[in-house]
Design a protein around this ligand. Structure first.
Ligand SMILES: Cc1cc2nc3c(=O)[nH]c(=O)nc-3n(C[C@H](O)[C@H](O)[C@H](O)COP(=O)(O)OP(=O)(O)OC[C@H]3O[C@@H](n4cnc5c(N)ncnc54)[C@H](O)[C@@H]3O)c2cc1C
Length: 385
């Protein structure tokens, strides 16, 4: 393999993880090609929130200012209510750190602007991976092949790269959780400062977005995956009937077509994120439940660490990436799996205990717990060839 090919990378997947990885590798002087299965970059999706660790990763990747510009502070990380409206915990300005919420499509647009358009190939689904010593070759569904010195598998929960390179790893695990998400029409239910509401076996949350829109979600217990409903918005209304304002107003301001429904899966911890010249990142490596709102945050951290380590020779730098990323991401992954066992419990006694503990704990305890999760220092990403 010539020197040029040795510093070239293929990134499978143009989600937040893949785009962030491409940005970091480009900054580190690599030649990058992003292969995305979808015929074009998805403008779909709903909202999500980001904690300070994600912002630090975005800063390390050089996209922090634009990240903030497309986001809105939300108090939902520290304001917890009961369905009747009573506060279990309330965001305290100056003491609590607001999360930042944005629309997935807005963030994707921001990140995609940092990758030259001719480096992203849409409609390119990776179907095969082959390594031979100092190169890795991917095959796409249309039969085209491409070789590079590094392959980043950022192709999400059902990653083809993971399945090809780690054929013995178990399939994603359904966590008996169903989630609906929606976004209101601009200006129709505004302002909202962000909150979560804990019902028994059901949790509602809302975050303000740019453009006077509001993103909301409802997560519930669901024994089997694949449930279908005649009308998803009506189902959410039925399950939150009688819940406090502004929940009914948010649902009334949401068009039916803006409602998404997802079964929630995660992954069992993998024995390694690296094999030869192939590295996994984001959900492909450590898909987790959304209960800590950390999946995309961890993908950004991965991308910043990969970019910093990619200054060195590939096998050694990937080994360091694995050593740095696996313990942290797998700890967060475990916490995100454990959390809903309590917080989404349908058992009356557990629900009563959980709400009583939250009321007593105050936001100070929650603040310290979050600080431990968010306590992450980004590496320095060296720029240039
Ligand atoms: C309901 C819900 C709420 C969430 N809320 C939050 C939150 O508030 N905060 C947070 O930090 N995280 C949150 N997450 C987690 C977050 O969505 C994920 O962790 C994040 O999107 C992972 O990004 P990714 O780039 O790794 O994967 P993905 O976003 O899944 O992107 C993978 C990309 O790869 C492409 N692809 C797939 N297969 C191939 C292939 N074979 N070849 C080429 N391309 C391929 C896909 O089309 C896609 O574009 C939430 C998740 C869910 C389900």
């Amino acid at each position: 393999m010539d020197r040029e090919q040795g510093r070239s990378a293929i990134v499978a997947g143009a989600g937040i993880g893949g785009l962030a990885a491409a940005i970091g590798l480009l900054r580190a002087g690599w030649t990058v090609t992003v292969l995305e299965r979808a015929p074009q970059l998805r403008e779909a999706g709903a909202g999500w929130s980001f904690a300070p660790n994600a912002l630090r990763a975005a800063d390390a990747l050089g996209v922090g200012a634009e990240f903030r510009a497309c986001s809105v502070p939300t108090e939902a990380g520290a304001t917890m209510r009961l369905p009747g409206g009573e506060y279990l915990m309330r965001f305290q300005p100056g003491a609590d750190v607001p999360l930042l919420a944005n629309h997935r499509a807005d963030l994707q647009r921001v990140l995609a602007r940092h990758v030259p358009a001719d480096r992203i190939r849409a409609g390119a689904e990776v179907t095969g991976v082959h390594q031979d010593g100092d190169g890795v070759t991917v095959t796409c569904r249309d039969g085209t092949e491409m070789t590079a010195g590094l392959l980043v598998g950022a192709d999400g929960l059902h990653s083809t790269v993971r399945r090809r390179v780690w054929p013995d790893t178990p399939e994603p695990v359904f966590q008996r959780i169903l989630c609906w998400r929606g976004v209101t029409k601009p200006g129709s239910a505004w302002p909202v400062s962000g909150f979560q509401t804990w019902g028994r076996g059901a949790r509602f949350g809302a975050h303000p977005l740019t453009g006077e829109r509001v993103f909301w979600f409802l997560t519930v217990r669901q024994e089997q995956p694949g449930a279908r409903f005649a009308d998803d918005l009506e189902e959410v209304r039925a399950r939150t009937r009688g819940w406090h304002d502004p929940i009914p107003a948010l649902l009334a301001a949401t068009p039916h077509e803006a409602v998404l429904r997802h079964d929630i899966y995660d992954l069992d911890p993998l024995p390694s994120y690296v094999q030869g010249r192939v590295v996994l990142l984001g959900d492909a490596a450590h898909a987790m439940t959304p209960f800590l709102a950390q999946g995309a945050c961890q993908a950004l951290e991965d991308a910043a660490v990969l970019a910093a380590e990619a200054a060195g020779p590939v096998p050694e730098s990937l080994a360091r990436y694995d050593r740095l990323r696996r313990p942290r991401t797998q700890q967060v992954q475990r916490m995100a799996r454990t959390d809903p066992r309590l917080s989404l419990s349908t058992t009356p006694a557990t629900y009563r205990l959980m709400t009583a503990m939250t009321r007593l704990a105050s936001s100070g305890v929650a603040r310290r717990k979050s600080a431990r999760l968010w306590d992450w220092t980004p590496p320095l990403v060296h720029t240039g060839k």
